[in-house]
Design a binder for this molecule. Structure first.
Ligand code: MG
Length: 393
């Protein structure tokens, strides 16, 4: 695969925290190995029963965190190929980007963040980093997945540099602690592969949330007609196929939207690369700006789509009712495990007992709950806290 000078090169990786000699003997590049480790992780499999927007029992066609991550990875590979950068690394970061999501999506995260406030709060990006550096316990020689610098850096900085901090902001705890083991250069930008994973996430969720929103009956076609980006494409498809059935119309619209967004990134990326002229991945890190992104106009259009989805889908009455319910359930589980740690499985119980600070103990409970799928959290809630209140709709 021909790679551009500014691509991340697996043969020039800055390496892993734990060096293992046998790793050089197998016919996979370091970034392929990183990607494979994500796919073989337990956290990745659990994404199957974690919420993207709709809870898993609301229907089999809705996206889960797992199918969302696969869609992000597929878009990321396409864009990586367009720019001749490393597809394996872009795919790896895309597949990993949501590993740290709790049960019940952002509602679960907010609930955990509130109860963890005295201990530094809870953040899904930091949790992703905890999973890949500590919580996965599968390898004989180390905790975590022992990913390369480039994968870790991409996971941590895919939304831009973490430093300098704004007033009152603090570095998430796991990321901050890791800095003494490996400097992830938090004040610089990440590679183009990480930038690609980030923009692919935006494309994937805005497009598929429209699809899922219509399928659920919460979003109406008429309302979408007035939106930039979506409206004109809907009209275009209708003009070409006046008799088209709604499911086909939606799919034809979504695929054109994706095409349109990727094409815009291709043009804007080429324009920015021609100005900055990075000659290496180091130049990319030092560029002081993102290079793989949408044009100003398309960025504005997509922000309008986003705020439409926020108003009409994410904060729809049905969603708010579910959010309130799972919010209180996550907090009730947290309190239950704090008061009676023996309700947790023995390995988690032992881990918690081994901590000598409240900070440490509550962190273990948060890790345990964050790792739960929606399905398991519901079962636990029913088993521990309610026999009848919690019925699957
Ligand atoms: Mg995502």
């Amino acid at each position: 695969m021909h790679q551009a000078a500014y691509a991340s090169d697996p043969t020039k990786s800055r390496g892993r925290l734990f060096k293992r000699a046998e790793e050089t003997k197998v016919s996979r590049s370091d970034f392929q190995r990183d990607r494979d480790r994500i796919i073989h992780s337990g956290a990745f499999r659990k994404l199957q029963y974690k919420t993207q927007v709709f809870l898993y029992y609301e229907g089999d066609y809705f996206r889960s965190r797992l199918t969302h991550s696969l869609e992000v990875a597929q878009i990321a590979r396409t864009i990586a190929r367009i720019f001749h950068v490393n597809e394996d690394l872009a795919e790896c970061i895309a597949l990993a980007h949501d590993l740290g999501h709790t049960c019940f999506g952002h509602a679960g995260e907010d609930a955990l963040d509130e109860v963890m406030k005295p201990y530094g709060g809870f953040d899904h990006n930091d949790q992703t980093f905890r999973i890949v550096t500590q919580l996965e316990k599968k390898y004989a020689d180390f905790n975590g997945l022992n990913l390369t610098f480039e994968a870790l850096e991409g996971i941590v900085k895919h939304n831009g540099p973490l430093l300098p901090l704004e007033d009152g902001e603090k570095l998430p705890r796991t990321i901050a602690d890791f800095q003494s083991l490996m400097d992830l250069e938090l004040d610089g930008h990440a590679s183009l592969e990480a930038q690609i994973a980030a923009i692919s996430d935006d494309i994937a969720y805005n497009c598929h949330d429209i699809d899922d929103g219509i399928r659920s009956g919460i979003l109406k076609l008429d309302a979408l007609m007035a939106l930039p980006l979506v409206g004109p494409i809907l009209k275009e498809v209708l003009a070409l196929h006046p008799q088209i059935e709604q499911p086909r119309l939606i799919h034809e619209t979504i695929r054109r939207m994706m095409e349109c967004l990727v094409k815009d990134i291709q043009e804007e990326g080429a324009r920015r690369l021609a100005i900055v002229k990075p000659q290496s991945v180091e130049d990319v890190r030092a560029a002081g700006q993102v290079m793989i992104t949408l044009s100003d106009q398309m960025g504005q259009d997509l922000r309008q789509v986003k705020s439409f989805l926020y108003k009409n889908l994410y904060t729809n009455q049905h969603m708010i009712e579910i959010r309130d319910k799972v919010h209180s359930q996550v907090q009730a589980l947290f309190e239950a495990f704090q008061e009676r740690p023996s309700l947790m499985p023995k390995d988690w119980y032992d881990l918690r007992q081994g901590q000598n600070t409240e900070f440490g103990k509550s962190g273990i409970v948060a890790d345990y709950i964050a790792g739960m799928t929606d399905r398991f959290a519901m079962q636990q809630y029913e088993k521990i806290l309610s026999k009848k209140e919690f019925e699957i709709a």
